[in-house]
Structure formats: structure tokens, C-alpha cells
Design a protein around this ligand. Structure first.
Ligand code: SF4
Length: 361
């Protein structure tokens, strides 16, 4: 039995691949970055890299929230988890990420109070049931996650829950695109833009990024979506245009989700923020507005944003190398013995390459 992933519409997939192959003949090396970790996983699972012409390269980008969360946030989460009468709540992806010392998983094994949640809305019940305990949530994620966190704060404010706090480490995608395009080393020819984030921020915001002067296709997550996105970028390169095209209109509206954005704006204000392995990106993070500071759990340590020794996640996240270009990949660093965040997260590039690309090759 053929156990390789099957395309939903193999004939259309084949036609798209044929068209991509024809266009690629007229192009030099093309470097298309899939910004989103979900794209990276799906591209690996479907073996799309190996089905593309040799001169079409897909690069993984910084769209893995856990991967770009600074070490000082991880260290602060660990500290909160160890405080008396505190529970640190987190998404499961964060639990194994190394900070400058122990991970959440390691301190949990020694008795620290850590709760894994699937949605921030679960925090309301936790805070109500344990009024004597401070619930600190590691608020990590991009525009897709932030509205749910904002709504949680809104409910907590209505219910007057003083024991619910947010360790805010959200990141915004458009400023990261701006930084990537402004980096002379990245040489990105075009972008597959993330479908889920775009459902919130819409199409128009991309057109306001001055540095974004390469083609971009807002792309869904099925094989045909991804192939269609690649084809769209190649067509724009051949026509020497650099537009933003929405290839995912069944989910992404031009204006995005104004209600979700209004919710974000109500509770948060943009700030300059560090991306692990990349550095400070202006206006790419969020802080709680002054009137909601009562819900803030501040970062407790500073200056521990560096990566573990020998880890090249920063280069991987900027598309400068593929994970196999890291000397630790697959030897010292594996999903069982992860050294850097890109190997820990289920959306991390190194985890995706380890799981799929070694086999695909
Ligand atoms: S293979 Fe491991 S050490 Fe190398 S960049 Fe990836 S996560 Fe970091």
C-alpha cells in the first residue's frame, strides 16, 4: 500500500506542478518563504519541496510563536510556576522550550504548579475556582491567538477576577515581514503569507508595508492552496509585479476580522519587542494598556534572550539556512533531545525537517 500522503485532487495538483515547472524554466533561483509554521509542517508532510523544480526553494520563516519567544519570557514563566500560591498556565507547546535554565517541563517534574490549557478562556474557570491562587498565563502567539486572550481579559475584568494575570509575549507578523525584507542577507523572492493570521489582519495591511516589495500570496493550508500560492508568486515574478494576492478568499476577507482587531486594540498597545534569535523588531510586540495593567504579570528577568550554545535557530527563522545546515541537527539536537526552540515546537522548522524532510529526501 502506498502510504505517501494523497492529494485531494491529484489531477489538479499535477496540473499545478506542471505549470510551476514550466514557469520555473524562465526563472533563476527563486526563494519563497512560507512564513507560517503550519505551512512548514504541511509542506513537509506532503513532500512538496521534493516535487518542485530544483530552482524553486521554499524557506521556513519566523511564524512559529514558541520559537521566537525570548528566553527571558520562558525563565519568567518558570519563576512564576515556582512561586507559592501561583499556577502557571500555558499552551502545551511551551512546556519543553529551553530558557536559560530549566524548562517548564523540568520544574513541573519537581513539583512546580503548571497547567496546560487548550484555550485561554479556560483560565476564567480556573481563576474563579481558586480565588486564593494567582493564575499566570504565558500569553504567547500571533494575531490568531491574541483575540482570545483579549476576550479572556475582558471577561476577567467584567467578573472582577484579580487573581488572573497575563505574561504577555505576543508578537505581530507585519513588522516581522518588514524586518525580513529590510535585511540585506535574506534574499527573499516572494512570500506565502499565513492564512490564519490574515483572517484576522486582512489583505490591506500587507500593502501598507513599504519594505514588502516582493510578491506575496495569502495561502491556505491544503496542498492545492500551497501549490496555487507558489504558482501565483512565480507568475508575479515573471510579470515583474509585486502584488499581494489573496489565494484564500474562502477564509480571508479583504478587511480581515475588524471585531477581533478592535478587541486586540482595546486591551493592547504595540511596543518594540525581541524575537528570539532575531533581535528587536520595532512595534512587533504588545503590552497591556495602562487601564488593564492589573492583569499584567511582568517579565521578571532581562537579558536571557540568547539561544542555547551552538543553536542556529535565528538563521533558520530568517531563512538563511535550512535546519540541516545546523551542525547539531539530527545528531545532538533531535525531538527527543531538543536543544533549540525550533526543534521543540510542533510548528518549528527543525521539528518539521526532522519529521518529514529527512525521509522525503
Ligand atoms: S537543529 Fe536544534 S540546535 Fe540546530 S537550529 Fe534547530 S533547534 Fe537549534
Amino acid at each position: 500500500m502506498d502510504r505517501r500522503p494523497q492529494f485531494k485532487d491529484p489531477a489538479l495538483a499535477k496540473a499545478l506542478l506542471t505549470k510551476i515547472g514550466m514557469l520555473a524554466k524562465d526563472l533563476p533561483e527563486v526563494r519563497i518563504m512560507e512564513v507560517c509554521g503550519t505551512h512548514t509542517m504541511e509542506i513537509g508532510r506532503l513532500g512538496l519541496r521534493q516535487r518542485l523544480p530544483d530552482n524553486i526553494r521554499l524557506l521556513s520563516g519566523p511564524g512559529c510563536p514558541v520559537c521566537v519567544t525570548p528566553g527571558e519570557v520562558i525563565d519568567s514563566a518558570v519563576s512564576y510556576a515556582q512561586m507559592p500560591n501561583h499556577v502557571l498556565a500555558t499552551f502545551g507547546d511551551m512546556i519543553r522550550v529551553p530558557g536559560s535554565g530549566q524548562s517548564l517541563e523540568q520544574v513541573k517534574a519537581n513539583g512546580a504548579a503548571i497547567a496546560i490549557v487548550a484555550s485561554p478562556l479556560q483560565l476564567i474557570k480556573m481563576a474563579e475556582e481558586r480565588p486564593e491562587t494567582t493564575i499566570v498565563f504565558a500569553a504567547v502567539g500571533f494575531e490568531t491567538t491574541i483575540p482570545a486572550v483579549a476576550r479572556t481579559i475582558e471577561i476577567a475584568a467584567e467578573k472582577k477576577l484579580p487573581n488572573l494575570k497575563m505574561l504577555v509575549a505576543h508578537r505581530l507578523l507585519p513588522p516581522a515581514l518588514s524586518a525580513l525584507c529590510g535585511d540585506a542577507d535574506t534574499h527573499i523572492s516572494g512570500f506565502l503569507l499565513p492564512g490564519h493570521v490574515s483572517a484576522i489582519i486582512g489583505e490591506e495591511v500587507y500593502r501598507t508595508i513599504d519594505e514588502l516589495n516582493v510578491p506575496g500570496a495569502i495561502t491556505g493550508f491544503e496542498a492545492l492552496d500551497i501549490l496555487g500560492g507558489i504558482l501565483s508568486v512565480l507568475e508575479m515574478l515573471i510579470n515583474q509585479t509585486a502584488l499581494i494576492i489573496n489565494m484564500y478568499p474562502r477564509v480571508v476577507r479583504p478587511e480581515g476580522n475588524p471585531h477581533a482587531r478592535a478587541l486586540i486594540h482595546k486591551f493592547f498597545t504595540p511596543i518594540d519587542a525581541a524575537w528570539r534569535g532575531i533581535g528587536i523588531i520595532p512595534q512587533s510586540g504588545l503590552a497591556l494598556r495602562d487601564e488593564f495593567k492589573a492583569f499584567d504579570a511582568p517579565v521578571l528577568t532581562q537579558g536571557s534572550s540568547t539561544l542555547p550554545k551552538g543553536c542556529s535557530c535565528g538563521k533558520v527563522l530568517k531563512g538563511l539556512i535550512t535546519p540541516s545546515g545546523c551542525s547539531l541537527f539530527g545528531s545532538a539536537c533531535t525531538p527527543q533531545t531538543p536543544i533549540g526552540p525550533c526543534m521543540v515546537s510542533s510548528e518549528g522548522s527543525c521539528a518539521a525537517y526532522y519529521r518529514y524532510e529527512r525521509i522525503n529526501r
